[in-house]
Ligand binder design. Structure first.
Ligand code: BG6
Length: 480
């Protein structure tokens, strides 16, 4: 048995995002964000609906979500009971600037996060705060075309300045953008880019242009955070889109490498190494992608490199020249099936060893501390007659991934945090469902909005409590 692998101050945590957990989507001055108009259509997929709320025809699950907004005290007490050392959460931009371009912030929104941070502090839980987790104000999309427009940099920085100053002594770890690399895939234009557009205008060039503006915004935010409080640590975050070559044919191996470069290394290369990598420049040339930059942009990027690396990791796929093979499912990216792996009920391939590979790969390149900010299993949890939720499958998934984190640490990788998705059941990003549950804590609510919102601690809750108590030494015991 491998013991005492984790540092004593390792940040064992759990994660959520504001738009998937808070609900209270239109109270206390909050504006509408892009994810507030993703409607549940009843078939496990969502669609973009009119922002004209008077014409709402569909059910919008995140408008209530897990109602964390009204239950945060109870939920944070449960986090404390679980022993969490960290809580990865996000701030809803639209609570602070309802339209995104407002002159002054919304005090009520700021107060809400004051209360959340104070509550976390009470239990010594460290907040790790994502500034933009697929939550940009819809008005910025309609008025300016969101991140397709350079003006976004200033709107974003105004928002950053307000929250950096307000929470100066309450938050130390910041993430500038959730899964910033998701802007490279078509669906990412809405979630990561906040750009509501039709298919024709959803071009690669627009997505990379938007990404460039986010890079500049992120670099400026890093500098700003450090100037407001030198203790601030600001991270870059990607969704690791792991893809193995589907065969050992050199062409497939090369394709997998190119995939890794453009999907996974491109963003951290810019944000941590501080420059556009050669393979990206070549990709732009080959694909006729022209990024508009201002003269000082590259200097700004060089000057504002992130302090740590972070990623989400759920699964792996394969890529190969023969694209006719069976495909996997995923939320922002899909690939070819791997015959050696099993998949979740939603078709996401489960590959714990891929996490060790990812950690080694990323650390080998960036040599900065790593936070794993999302990892988990979406499943249809059933409440038994005795009221318990026996989510052994989730325990098994998480246990195997933690074992691989240990291996990576033994390989020399500096992992400093692990915050599985998700702390509490919340709305799925890709399907808009409640049924696809990830939490340690069950929330009584179904896909159509029925349920009392009552919380039930799942078996995985008690298991994870043991894991944390033993600082990762005990992974087998079930807990209470
Ligand atoms: C990540 C996102 O990509 O995957 C989360 O950051 C999301 O917001 C998570 O919820 C799981 O995906 P899904 O689609 O199953 O909710």
């Amino acid at each position: 048995m491998k013991e005492n692998i984790f540092n004593k101050d390792f940040l064992w945590g759990a994660a959520t995002s504001a738009n998937q957990v808070e609900g209270a989507w239109n109270v206390d001055g909050k504006g509408i964000s892009v994810t507030d108009i993703l409607a549940y259509t009843g078939v496990g997929t969502f669609r973009i609906e009119t922002p004209n709320i008077d014409e709402v025809k569909h059910y919008y699950p995140n408008h209530i979500a897990a109602d964390f907004y009204n239950n945060y005290k109870e939920d944070i007490a449960a986090m404390a009971e679980m022993g969490l050392k960290a809580y990865r959460m996000s701030i809803a931009w639209t609570r602070i600037f309802p339209n995104g371009d407002d002159e002054t912030p919304n005090e009520k929104g700021l107060e809400f996060y004051d209360k959340v941070f104070d509550e976390l502090k009470k239990y010594n839980i460290e907040p790790i705060v994502t500034i933009s987790h697929y939550e940009s104000p819809i008005e910025l999309s309609y008025r300016y075309g969101a991140w397709g427009n350079r003006k976004m940099i200033d709107f974003y920085l105004r928002y950053c300045e307000i929250i950096f100053k307000r929470y100066k002594d309450k938050v130390r770890y910041w993430i500038t953008f959730n899964e910033i690399n998701c802007l490279t895939v078509p669906f990412g234009i809405i979630t990561a880019g906040g750009i509501v557009t039709d298919k024709e205008n959803n071009t690669e060039e627009l997505r990379y242009q938007a990404l460039h503006y986010q890079f500049v915004a992120s670099a400026k935010a890093v500098k700003l955070a450090h100037s407001i409080n030198p203790n601030n640590k600001v991270g870059c975050m990607i969704a690791y889109m792991t893809a193995y070559p589907s065969t050992c044919a050199p062409d497939d191996v090369l394709l997998a490498q190119q995939h890794d470069q453009m999907k996974n290394m491109f963003c951290p290369d810019v944000m941590i190494r501080g420059e556009y990598p050669g393979f990206a420049k070549r990709y732009f040339l080959d694909n006729n992608i022209n990024i508009v930059m201002e003269e000082s942009d590259l200097e700004i990027i060089k000057d504002g490199v992130a302090d740590f690396y972070s990623c989400s990791y759920y699964m792996s796929n394969c890529v190969g020249l023969d694209n006719s093979k069976d495909k996997t499912s995923g939320n922002l990216i899909v690939g070819l099936k791997n015959p050696y792996l099993k998949a979740s009920d939603w078709g996401w391939q489960i590959d714990e060893k891929g996490l060790r590979w990812v950690l080694n790969n990323a650390y080998g390149r960036y040599r900065v501390p790593i936070m794993i900010l999302e990892n988990g299993l979406g499943a249809n949890d059933i409440v038994s007659e005795d009221g318990r939720i026996r989510d052994d499958y989730r325990i098994e998934y998480l246990r195997k991934h933690i074992e691989q984190i240990k291996e990576a640490i033994l390989d020399g990788v500096e992992v400093i945090a692990y915050t599985p998705w998700s702390c509490i059941d919340l709305i799925s990003l890709s399907t808009g469902e409640m049924k696809k549950r990830y939490g340690f804590i069950y929330v009584d609510r179904d896909n159509n909005g029925n349920g009392t919102l009552k919380r039930i601690k799942k078996d995985s809750f008690y298991w994870y409590k043991k894991v944390i108590e033993s600082n990762g030494n005990i992974l087998e015991e079930k807990g209470e």
